[in-house]
Design a binder for this molecule. Structure first.
Ligand SMILES: Cc1cc2nc3c(=O)[nH]c(=O)nc-3n(C[C@H](O)[C@H](O)[C@H](O)COP(=O)(O)O)c2cc1C
Length: 394
């Protein structure tokens, strides 16, 4: 066992929440809050997790289960687990291993890694790091020329699907980032950075690894034709430049011949529109409560979307997954799989790849235990008969 994996072994880390204090101690406040926080009053962020309490289980007891099936398929890919690793921008700030470490951990576990456009490692290196499927999440940062180049690179490198995030016409206001000077630290002048430097200096271990890694990473996957890679910019500016419309989706559809996942669907209308535009799957998502505060929790939005889609395309969901029981509830409610964001990113921030391995292990053993306690032999057999859902949800 390495030092990093010891640092997140039981009993120090028994559940996902246990990563948070370790991550908080290891990384600067600005980076931790960027990871942990949400938009405005963080109502949707909290609700994403809380809402799982509204759905309760209906177990079938005294059932013998010899083998517990966690395998499923998503977009035709065989997965060992029904949870995927969601795109998490700026992962390289959390740990130098960043996107490469997370992709490697996902590959070992037999589940896909979704690489964000806002990534510090080259997409080719991320692809090579994983032995499993890897999807590329596209923002139109840098304009269509840059997007076209990255779609072509993703194709050449062997990415398996494209994920188009539709809930970022501008960035949500993440108040913690303003207070911590995230913008100044990432894109400000030396003079603008000065007031915020003490928080970096108070995490010497992180600071040393960050400097050894070359300091602020660029955006090697956003290459502007004739100009080169975009520098790592302030998140607000980046997202404001990356709004996707349905017309863009059609354009993307012509460029990318593989499957497309539309991420950020919360209503029946957007679900139907995604199908009309040729999406192979959608993710019911509110961006982890980081965009429009006050939208419903993802799980709460799921029944409306499940009904509208009526089995025609695959439905994923993300938001608030912290336990295997959460994964099971989402699957019972009609999701084919879920994406985990913070659940693995806390692990990455706490201990790099070993932390992501541990996060996946926790969710996997949680899920297997939940199936056994439910008396259900496989994730594919989970359905509404295993849960009580509040009457007004349908
Ligand atoms: C720090 C952070 C960065 C994120 N960056 C992106 C991104 O670049 N692109 C994207 O589509 N979603 C991004 N998301 C949203 C996640 O993909 C996912 O929707 C969300 O984290 C799910 O909620 P959860 O964190 O409760 O699991 C980010 C989320 C976090 C926490």
């Amino acid at each position: 066992m390495t030092r990093a994996s010891r640092s997140v072994a039981s009993p120090r880390v028994v559940c996902i929440e246990d990563f948070r204090p370790i991550a908080r101690r290891r990384i600067p406040k600005s980076v931790f809050d960027y990871l942990d926080g949400g938009a405005e009053g963080e109502v949707t962020l909290r609700e994403n997790c809380r809402v799982f309490n509204d759905v309760t289980f209906r177990p079938r007891h005294a059932v013998a289960i010899a083998e517990c099936g966690l395998c499923t398929t998503v977009l035709g890919f065989s997965l060992s687990l029904p949870f995927l690793l969601a795109p998490v921008g700026y992962s390289r700030l959390m740990h130098p291993g960043g996107e490469v470490a997370a992709a490697r951990a996902a590959g070992k576990a037999g589940t896909p890694y979704i690489l964000s456009t806002i990534s510090g490692h080259k997409l080719e290196d991320v692809r090579r790091a994983s032995s499993g499927p890897v999807f590329y999440q596209l923002y139109l940062m840098g304009g269509r020329g840059a997007a076209e180049a990255s779609i072509e690179r993703a194709r050449a490198a062997g990415f398996n699907a494209l994920v188009v995030t539709i809930d970022t016409p501008v960035a949500g206001i993440r108040e913690r980032d303003y207070r911590n000077g995230m913008k100044e630290l990432v894109s400000g002048s030396v003079f603008e950075k000065i007031p915020y430097l003490p928080q970096l200096l108070s995490r010497p271990g992180w600071l040393a690894s960050y400097l050894l890694d070359g300091g602020l990473p660029g955006l090697p996957n956003v290459v502007i034709p004739g100009k080169g890679p975009m520098p790592l910019v302030d998140i607000n500016a980046a997202l404001a430049e990356s709004a996707v419309t349905w017309a863009d989706l059609r354009w993307i559809r012509d460029l990318w011949k593989g499957p497309i996942v539309v991420k950020g669907v919360l209503t029946a209308d957007d679900a139907r529109r995604s199908m009309d535009e040729g999406a192979a799957a959608i993710s019911v998502s509110n961006h982890g409560g980081r965009q429009l505060d006050g939208v419903p929790a993802s799980l709460r939005a799921l029944p409306e979307v499940v009904k509208a889609v009526n089995g025609q395309i695959e439905i994923l969901m993300d938001g608030g997954i912290r336990r295997g029981t959460d994964v099971a509830k989402a699957l019972c409610m009609g999701a084919r799989g879920v994406l985990c964001g913070r659940a693995y990113a806390y692990g990455l921030a706490a201990a790099g790849e070993a932390g992501v391995d541990r996060a996946i292990q926790i969710l996997r053993t949680d899920l297997e235990r939940t199936l056994r306690l439910l008396g259900c032999p496989s994730v594919n057999a989970l359905d509404r008969s295993y849960v009580n859902v509040p009457k007004d949800w349908d």
